[in-house]
Design a protein around this ligand. Structure first.
Ligand code: AGP
Length: 604
């Protein structure tokens, strides 16, 4: 995740930009840069590598500016280099960016046709050019709105404009951005921690908002360009890293963190410029004839989703087992098996024991882990990282979708390595994956509709979740989420399995939640919903626009984003997480620390 800071200051900002960037180092980065207004001109300093390298540049060429922006870059489009480092410059515009601009190739082509030339390989540079073009016709606020209207993707940006010496602009969609209120000085930052050294009065921008700050004010606009107010809160700067922002619970915040977490995770696997997908650590996925996934709870459902993809896309047999069973079962494993432990914490005792057992058998071991200093990350032969950032809520949300994203990318990488897909298909699938952050942000926008279902659902004693194919494990995950935070009994079933037993449970008091965006199996799920409807079971159908057309008459329908079915298990996670969340809130449960549960289970 790239880090962003912007300051409209009364005194020189160079050292403060650097101080803030150092605070953002935890997000991971491979280059850094700052820019500032000096005598009506914008100057920038950039360096590949650590902030220390940028400081060396600044030692010989200080930046004597009172207004500036800074950035730590985690490479996505284009290798880590000084040229690709932010800020990027086009005409009057100097800009930093976190996220992915999905339509950058089209925008770049059209800008090139208009005579614009690019110096970097980044998607970011197109935003700078677009805004510069708009500024030829419009004042900054209107130009910003017109620019944002042309972008597809999930992003946060910070901007300086030459000739506007006391102005920093920012915008967010999918990736967070905060505004910091100082004393005669104002700030923007990618999180509260970025502005933490300077102020503890913070406003969180909403999805689609953009902002213009000067020395004293922040003018905030919503995505339609209407001026809006966002509440200013006082936060404890020291706690900013694990701050809830405007959210009531960490779980809610973490649901909304998912576009960023997913994007950051995918950037470790996909080169968006070439569309190539690779396993980190130089692992040759063609060298294995089987995959064995071991994990617990939510992480095991991420593994179960991956099984569909490893087998379907890569033709690679894949077993998934809960680690607590696997470790004692003495399973028969073939020597060319890649054992993958999936774990947020990297410390779960059963998963760790299963991983160690696989190692003892001489298997190559990998760990899909979020805490990179954890025991599993250290003991596995290779780390397949997720970059979800710290997950505080006991109920896993962003760690889950980051695991799914990483495993999806690995399945594509395995398919390419094994010659099961050609370069064009690899590119198509990687492009789809890079759309996931935006789609996750869209899915989280269903919050209000989902909240409206909570009062009724909170009365239920039992709830069933149904899904087919790779959405079956998502049904299991939905049921687990509801159980663990609302204490309502819930079970997930493969939709086709309903008639083999669970249908006996259906009555007017047993809601059935069906996760079924339209795909080749949708018609079959419609039949299953009819079976439920015929027995008076209340149905909540989570689907897409196409699926909604075929919803049973009595179903409550939640319409999520339309996307390729490949992405469904990822993109349809936020609605089921939000559903569990709002039911738990409705019941007054302790959402972030549910009874009897621990975040990391280090005992058997
Ligand atoms: C998820 O909501 C749970 N709290 C739990 O199932 C969790 O996923 C499981 O304990 C595994 O934890 P890990 O990912 O840290 O290994």
């Amino acid at each position: 995740m790239c880090g962003i800071i912007g300051i409209v200051g009364e005194s020189p900002v160079q050292d403060r930009l650097i101080e803030s960037l150092k605070r953002l180092e935890y997000r991971g980065y491979d280059s850094a840069g700052i820019a500032g207004c000096v005598d009506g001109q914008v100057e920038r300093r950039r360096a590949k590598g650590k902030i220390r390298a940028l400081e060396e540049v600044l030692a010989s060429e200080p930046l004597n500016a009172k207004v500036g922006i800074g950035h730590t870059r985690w490479a996505t489009h284009g290798a880590p280099s000084e040229t690709n480092a932010h800020p990027h410059k086009a005409g009057r515009v100097t800009l930093v960016h976190n996220g992915i601009i999905e339509n950058y190739a089209e925008l770049r082509d059209s800008l090139t046709r208009r005579g614009r030339t690019f110096e970097s390989e980044t998607d970011t540079e197109v935003i700078a050019h677009l805004l510069d073009c708009e500024l030829e016709k419009k004042p900054p606020i209107e130009a910003m709105k017109a620019t944002l209207d042309q972008l597809t993707g999930a992003y946060a940006i910070g901007v300086l404009i030459e000739g506007e010496d006391a102005l920093v602009m920012g915008a967010r969609r999918g990736s967070p951005l905060v505004v910091g209120y100082g004393d005669g000085e104002m700030f923007i930052g990618s999180d509260a921690l970025a502005v933490g050294p300077f102020t503890n009065r913070i406003a969180y921008l909403d999805e689609g908002d953009f902002v213009a700050i000067d020395h004293k004010t922040a003018r905030i606009f919503d995505e339609t360009g209407q001026p809006v107010q966002r509440p200013v809160r006082t936060v404890a700067a020291s706690a900013a890293l694990v701050e809830k922002g405007n959210y009531r619970h960490f779980m809610e915040k973490e649901i909304h963190d998912q576009p960023d977490a997913c994007q950051h995770t995918l950037s470790a696997y996909i080169d968006p410029t070439t569309g190539k997908v690779q396993a980190p650590g130089g692992v040759d996925l063609a060298a294995f004839d089987r995959i064995q996934i071991v994990a617990c709870g939510t992480a095991s459902y991420a593994g179960s989703i991956a099984r569909y993809l490893f087998e379907r896309l890569a033709g690679l047999p894949c077993d998934v087992e809960v680690a607590s069973e696997f470790r004692y079962r003495q399973p028969a494993v073939s020597p060319k098996t890649l054992a993958i432990a999936v774990s947020q914490s990297g410390e779960t005792a059963d998963t760790l024991a299963a991983l160690r057992w696989c190692k003892q058998q001489g298997l190559t071991t990998a760990a899909v882990v979020n805490v990179h200093e954890s025991t599993m990350a250290r003991e596995a032969d290779v780390l397949f990282p997720t970059h979800a950032g710290p997950e505080i809520g006991v109920a896993s949300t962003k760690a889950f979708t980051s695991q799914v994203a990483a495993l999806m990318a690995l399945a594509v990488a395995a398919a390419a390595a094994r010659g099961r897909i050609d370069a064009m298909e690899e590119k198509r699938l990687s492009k789809l994956l890079l759309e996931a952050p935006r789609l996750l942000a869209d899915a989280a926008q269903l919050e209000d509709e989902i909240r409206a279902l909570a009062p009724e659902l909170a009365k239920a004693r039992d709830v069933l979740y149904l899904g087919r194919g790779a959405l079956f494990p998502l049904a299991l995950e939905g049921a687990l989420k509801l159980k663990e935070i609302s204490y309502i009994h819930a079970e997930g079933y493969a939709a086709g399995e309903l008639k083999h037993g669970p249908i006996a449970l259906i009555d007017e008091a047993t809601p059935v939640i069906v996760i079924a965006p339209s795909d080749p199996l949708f018609e079959k799920t419609v039949s299953n919903m009819s079976e439920v409807a015929a027995r008076g079971g209340p149905i909540i159908l989570i689907t897409d626009t196409e699926g909604a057309k075929n919803a049973p008459a009595n179903a409550r329908v939640i319409v999520g984003p339309t996307c390729d079915p490949f992405l469904h298990p990822l993109v349809y996670a936020p609605p089921i997480q939000l559903l569990a969340y709002y039911v738990a809130v409705q019941k007054g449960a302790d959402v972030d620390q549910p009874r009897n549960l621990a975040k990391s289970v280090t005992v058997e």
